[in-house]
Design a protein around this ligand. Structure first.
Ligand code: PBG
Length: 329
């Protein structure tokens, strides 16, 4: 059996037929919008490398919450830029810091909106790494895994107390999901879910974000804790470990270069799966469109659909509002 009996084009003949056999759906509720709250700002500040994305004053939080809710987004993901930085990122554990204050304002303005907080100290440390440093035996500085766990647990708790619906550790320390779970449970937050950045690669595609969140490492890189882009089996191992430690949802990051990993985790775990369509992926589309190389709305929808097709239930993306607008028609 084959051609001319079989003609796949039959089902592509009209928009209605194509809609009938469409396999992948994308909805505003699948999209989570990242937001950057800067404690030092009174006015929005445009991020040069990410057209249309701004660092925002905390006073803009309530309005952003209402906008996200009205757009039907699945949620928002909050990052903070503090006034002060130090070696341990103490400002990240300040209940009056930009993230806890923004969470509070957002939950007051739009109680039905899912507010997720990024739990990682790189925006709060003066050296820009995702944890506290110690000297290795050979004299080199590295991030101290176990000491960092205590800091992350405290930070997650500060976010939960402020009203965060979900906490999302992005640091890639070993054991942090279990440590944060214990901290939440011991303080009466046993119902606060953890979205683990379980599989986070050491990627060049975070470049624009490091301007957005002012968190570029002052020396070295993050390869000592984030994953090697060459590894797939290790992704499975990371994801299953986080599942055992009590993660409620898993994330793969970045998305586009790692759709094989998204697909593999979709098969290996029954947990809800997220993929982070990161800053560099966003900037790339905008740069190409600005140069007249492609059609931005079409490219954007194609990218987001591809991530869903690979197996992600939800997508963290700076395109969230633009895509939701198109989906609403
Ligand atoms: C770490 C963090 C990063 C991103 C999200 N959380 C940066 C990094 O690991 O270097 C990147 C997000 C993006 O590029 O859009 N707090």
């Amino acid at each position: 059996m084959g051609f001319p009996l079989i003609r796949p084009r039959r089902l592509r003949a009209t928009p209605a037929l194509r809609a009938l056999v469409r396999e992948t759906a994308l909805e505003p509720g699948d999209l989570v919008y990242p937001l950057f709250f800067n404690a030092a700002l009174d006015e929005p500040h445009a991020i040069g490398t990410m057209p249309g994305i701004f660092q925002l004053p905390v006073s803009a939080a309530a309005e952003q919450a209402r906008l996200a809710l009205r757009a039907g987004l699945g949620g928002v993901l909050l990052f903070g830029l503090p006034i002060t930085k130090d070696p341990s990122g103490a400002s990240g554990r300040d209940p009056q810091g930009p993230v806890p204050r923004a969470v509070e304002a957002m939950k007051n303005a739009a109680p039905g909106l899912v507010v997720i907080t990024d739990v990682c100290v790189d925006e709060y440390t003066d050296h820009g790494h995702c944890g506290v440093l110690h000297k290795r035996r050979d004299g080199a500085l590295e991030v101290d895994n176990d000491a960092t766990l205590e800091i992350l647990a405290e930070m997650a708790l500060v976010h939960a107390r402020a009203g965060a619906d979900v906490v999302a550790p992005s640091d890639m320390m070993d054991g942090r999901v279990g440590r944060i779970r214990r901290a939440l449970d011991e303080s009466g937050f046993s119902d606060t879910p953890i979205l683990s950045y379980a599989v986070k690669y050491a990627s060049a595609f975070y470049g624009p974000f490091r301007e957005a969140a002012d968190c570029a490492p002052k020396f070295g890189d993050r390869a000592g804790y984030q994953m090697d882009p060459s590894n797939a089996r290790e992704a499975l191992r990371e994801a299953l470990l986080d599942e055992q430690e009590g993660a409620d949802m898993l994330m793969v990051k970045p998305a586009l270069g790692y759709l094989d990993i998204v697909r593999e985790l979709r098969r290996a775990s029954s947990l809800p799966l997220a993929a982070y369509n990161v800053s560099g992926e966003y900037a790339m589309l905008h740069a190409a469109a600005a140069a007249g190389m492609l059609d931005l709305p079409r490219a954007m929808m194609e990218v987001l659909t591809s991530i869903r097709r690979a197996g992600a239930d939800m997508i963290l993306t700076y395109h969230a509002h633009a895509a939701a607008e198109i989906l609403r028609g």
